[in-house]
Design a protein around this ligand. Structure first.
Ligand SMILES: *Cc1c(COP(=O)(O)O)cnc(C)c1O
Length: 393
């Protein structure tokens, strides 16, 4: 509990207990031990050189003041063109696209705009840690639906999903491709989610920041593209993961005009607007993202294979990662039952840092899952894999 001596100060209930997390603990362990940090998903890969030059030029040319609250029209047009070109989804850039301060702000603004205190929001468990925090800031409750763990991947449990709906359920947060599991929801799973949302009139907030990082032959399928879903779906994405520019914090929302207007109503009082020089440059980069993303996928796929093999050689049981930055591994074959204990020992024992998947679990789930990230330079991953292999000798 944080206090200030001599005062009656206390944190507001909505943030009490949100303090330091296992992420902070593991990052500090990495620093203290000199271990290789495969915990956090901070990419070490390159960005498109033309994009970097365009940002520098824009700063020097004086694009340094507030953009319009909804974002530069050029970027809103580029997002609309991207949704149309990649997914056949038509949005009006003037009324149905909103630029945000990263996907993080888009998610917070969407939850604040679309949910009231007392509402329930469904999310698949484990999930990205912002969802529970956003629900709490809105006075709503995040209700987890556990993903089933099969031999090598994670599956939607349709019965558990249906059982989670109550009269208070207002919205569903979907995340595909999924962090922390690397799961891509299949067309059949998306259809099941879509049918349930239509049956119960739920709004969908879908987090698609890994849309371009799918390593299978089946490209990303946004739930908004399913019949009857466009009108109830707010789609969130971001430049961070697609262009390795997580520090720029430029994201966007697309959806039907009334929903986007509501999100904008919240967003304008969170940040108003941000990132003018980035927005113009990203509008250009998004225009040819397919070519860029193909190269990035090839790099990340090779990294995934390297890490997966290394985890296996270290005596762990890695799961299939079809997308994103992360591989999940079962630590029980290495003699551990608890991912937290495994992760606390790993830096000293092996010289590698990972994150226990329980940090992403809303309810008690498998304790033996650990998340490793592979969005690193190949040399760093090779070093990590060599350390993991040695640990099994
Ligand atoms: C990284 C990440 C975000 C945050 O995106 P920003 O654009 O950096 O705010 C949101 N959702 C998921 C699933 C992520 O992995």
């Amino acid at each position: 509990m944080d206090t200030v001596s001599g005062t009656a100060w206390r944190p507001a209930a909505r943030v009490a207990g949100m303090g330091t997390s296992i992420f902070t603990e593991m990052t500090e362990l990495a620093r203290a031990t000199g271990a290789i940090n495969l915990g956090q998903g901070v990419p070490e890969l390159a960005s498109p050189p033309a994009l970097l030059r365009d940002v520098a030029d824009a700063v020097l040319a004086g694009a340094n003041q507030y953009p319009p609250a909804a974002g530069l029209l050029a970027l809103r047009e580029a997002v609309a063109a991207h949704q149309e070109r990649c997914y056949g989804l038509a949005y009006d850039p003037a009324a149905e696209v909103l630029v945000t301060t990263g996907a993080t702000e888009a998610l917070a603004a969407a939850v604040l705009a679309l949910c009231d205190p007392g509402d329930e929001i469904i999310a698949f468990d484990p999930c990205y840690d912002a969802y529970a925090a956003d629900a709490r800031l809105a006075g709503a409750t995040l209700v987890g639906v556990p993903l089933a763990v099969d031999g090598e991947g994670f599956l939607l449990d349709g019965d558990a999903l249906r059982a989670a709906v109550t009269p208070r359920t207002r919205a569903l947060i979907l995340n595909t491709p999924h962090n922390p599991t690397g799961k891509v929801f299949t067309p059949a799973e998306l259809a099941a989610v879509a049918a349930l949302c239509q049956e119960h009139d739920l709004t969908v907030i879908t987090d698609e920041v890994y849309e371009h990082l799918v390593y299978t032959d089946r490209p990303h399928l946004p739930i908004a593209a399913l019949p009857g879903m466009r009108e109830r779906t707010v789609t969130v994405s971001s430049a961070g993961k697609t262009f390795n520019t997580t520090g720029w914090k430029v994201g966007w929302v697309s959806g039907p005009a009334p929903l986007v207007a509501a999100v904008n109503a919240a967003k304008q009082f969170l940040t108003y607007a941000s990132g003018t020089p980035y927005q113009g440059a990203l509008a250009r980069a998004l225009g040819s993202v397919e070519e860029w993303a193909a190269g990035l996928r090839a790099e990340l796929r090779a990294n995934r294979d390297l890490l997966t093999e290394g985890l296996r050689a270290a005596g762990l049981r890695p799961f299939r990662a079809d997308a994103g930055y992360f591989v999940q591994a079962d630590v029980r074959p290495a003699g551990y039952r608890d991912g937290v204990a495994f992760c606390r020992e790993l830096p000293g024992r092996v010289g590698v840092v990972a994150i226990p998947t329980s940090a992403f679990q809303l309810a008690e789930g498998p304790r033996w899952l650990v998340r490793f990230s592979f969005c690193k330079r190949p040399a760093v991953l090779e070093d990590a894999v060599a350390r993991l292999r040695r640990s099994a000798d």
